[in-house]
Design a protein around this ligand. Structure first.
Ligand code: ATP
Ligand code: MG
Length: 467
């Protein structure tokens, strides 16, 4: 008990003392090589206005890292010693966001720059006690996860509370200097991702940092520093304590990073996929499932890199598809008809998923729509293909089907036929419908043998309706 108390006090002290004594290494324009023109107008204006009012203001985080790497930053964040209220007064077009920890959004035309006030270190989580800490500003749960993080601090403290050395760099556009409180610039140059401080402690404070490590390593093509990597496998269970919505947001960032394929495989290598994406456990072990997931991820990455929109529900539906298939086969094996089996399977899979990484309900409907459309692509007779063509999400459904064909789950002929059918005129559609052999018109179990006459007459009528 006493030992723990001493450890607690002891561990707390060096963190604040360390921050107070920490001096940045300052890199000049010649040394860091960042061209000022690469900073967005809004970030330039925001830092200038704050500095003219006597405050410190820096571009910080991912943007500085990306500029050092010669990459285009996704967005610009600014860090300052002005409080949100002061910032709000200085930047006329701005608004305060957030309740727990306020930040300011500076607005310039379409661009938004996030301005945050320097925040203090989360040192309390160094505590190993099973009871957590009750310090009002830095409360942690019994696993050491920081529940509150709302104290303003010095710039050095702000640097120490950030996750990785390469994310803790401050660029001052007016002086054209990069301020580095760790070894961020060296790590960028060596392409190493390194946690600031003791990795196990930092993961305990916020287990999401383990996912961020994987995302940044995959996205930037960095290696994980051995000490940063070492605790991940053993600590992955801590992700179970993170609120589901935050976990989902982080997974979505990962899937939409343009490097989803690399990220997911890396998650698996690090043992972080358990309990997050349960389907990956099972699916990546079956050759067909793995091909399908790989293709879906690669296509998503390509679309993002080409600047095309991607739908999270499409990707999530793809990631869960083989689970749905397997479950639906279990139901049909017990004598259920294919369509009710598919409904039952969707329900099973979404329920099981909800217990792990809860997918928000708003995506459910679109995922179900994609899945339910799939059996309809098998029915190539009568008016059905034309009706399917008119459903609002037909294009997404067909892309999903084509992906299944490419992964080898279905015959390529089916996907090609739909691609042609959807692009054809009425005459060509009629010919395409005629070209489908009797056996290929609908899969076993979905043919309505009881009404052959209607089927025959429905075909010309449907084409006529098109004209
Ligand atoms: P991206 O290019 O993906 O936006 P980023 O580094 O800007 O990368 P953000 O998630 O936008 O990442 O976060 C901005 C900055 O806030 C990070 O660079 C990091 O310094 C800090 N940060 C974000 N999340 C955490 C966290 N969980 N723990 C500590 N610091 C964090
Ligand atoms: Mg960012």
């Amino acid at each position: 008990m006493i030992r723990k108390f001493i450890q607690k006090v002891f561990k707390k002290k060096p963190a604040s003392v360390a921050a107070a004594q920490l001096k940045p290494r300052i890199y000049t324009r010649q040394q860091h090589g960042i061209a000022r023109e690469k900073i967005s107008d809004c970030a330039m204006r925001t830092t200038r206005l704050l500095q003219e009012s006597g405050f410190q203001a820096f571009v910080v985080g991912g943007a500085v890292r990306d500029l050092l790497l010669g990459r285009e930053p996704k967005d610009f964040d600014v860090a300052t010693n002005a409080t949100p209220a002061e910032t709000r007064k200085i930047i006329r077009r701005s608004r305060v966001i957030g309740r727990r920890f306020q930040i300011v959004h500076a607005l310039c035309g379409d661009e938004v720059v996030e301005v945050s006030t320097f925040r203090a270190v989360q040192s309390s989580a160094a505590d190993d006690s099973a009871s957590g800490t009750a310090d009002a500003a830095h409360r942690t749960d019994e696993h050491g996860r920081v529940l509150r993080d709302n104290v303003f601090g010095s710039q050095a403290e702000d640097a120490l509370r950030r996750d990785f050395t390469v994310n803790a760099l401050y660029y001052d556009p007016s002086a054209e200097e990069v301020w580095d409180y760790g070894q961020g610039v060296d790590d960028v140059r060596r392409r190493v991702l390194r946690v600031i401080g003791d990795p196990a402690t930092r993961y305990r404070e916020d287990p999401v940092r383990m996912l961020r490590a994987v995302r940044f390593a995959a996205k930037l093509g960095f290696s994980l520093d051995p000490a940063t990597r070492a605790p991940i496998g053993a600590m992955s269970d801590l992700l179970a304590n993170v609120p589901s919505s935050r976990l989902f947001d982080e997974i979505l960032k990962l899937l939409l990073s343009g490097h989803a394929h690399a990220c997911v495989h890396r998650l698996r290598e690090e043992g972080l996929h358990h309990g997050l994406l349960p389907m990956l456990d099972v699916i990546l072990e079956q050759p067909l499932g793995q091909r399908f997931v790989d293709l879906a991820l690669q296509r998503t990455d390509e679309r993002i890199r080409d600047g095309k929109p991607v739908s999270p529900s499409f990707l999530l539906a793809a990631l869960l598809w083989h689970e749905v298939l397997a479950s639906s086969q279990r139901h049909t094996a017990k004598g259920m008809k294919p369509v009710p089996a598919l409904h039952a399977a969707m329900h099973d899979v979404l329920e099981a998923q909800r217990k792990q990484l809860a997918i928000p309900h708003r995506y459910d409907a679109q995922m179900k729509e994609l899945w339910l459309m799939q059996p309809r692509f098998m029915q190539r007779f009568g008016a059905r293909p034309l009706r399917l063509l008119e459903t609002p999400r037909f294009r997404a459904g067909m892309d999903f089907l084509v992906l299944r064909c490419e992964a080898g789950e279905l015959d390529a002929e089916l996907g090609n036929w739909w691609l042609q059918f959807s692009a054809a005129d009425a005459e060509q559609r009629r010919a395409l419908l005629e070209s489908v052999s009797e056996d290929a018109r609908a899969p076993e179990g979905q043919r309505k043998r009881r009404r052959p006459r209607r089927r025959r007459s429905a075909r010309p009528a449907a084409v006529a309706a098109e004209n």
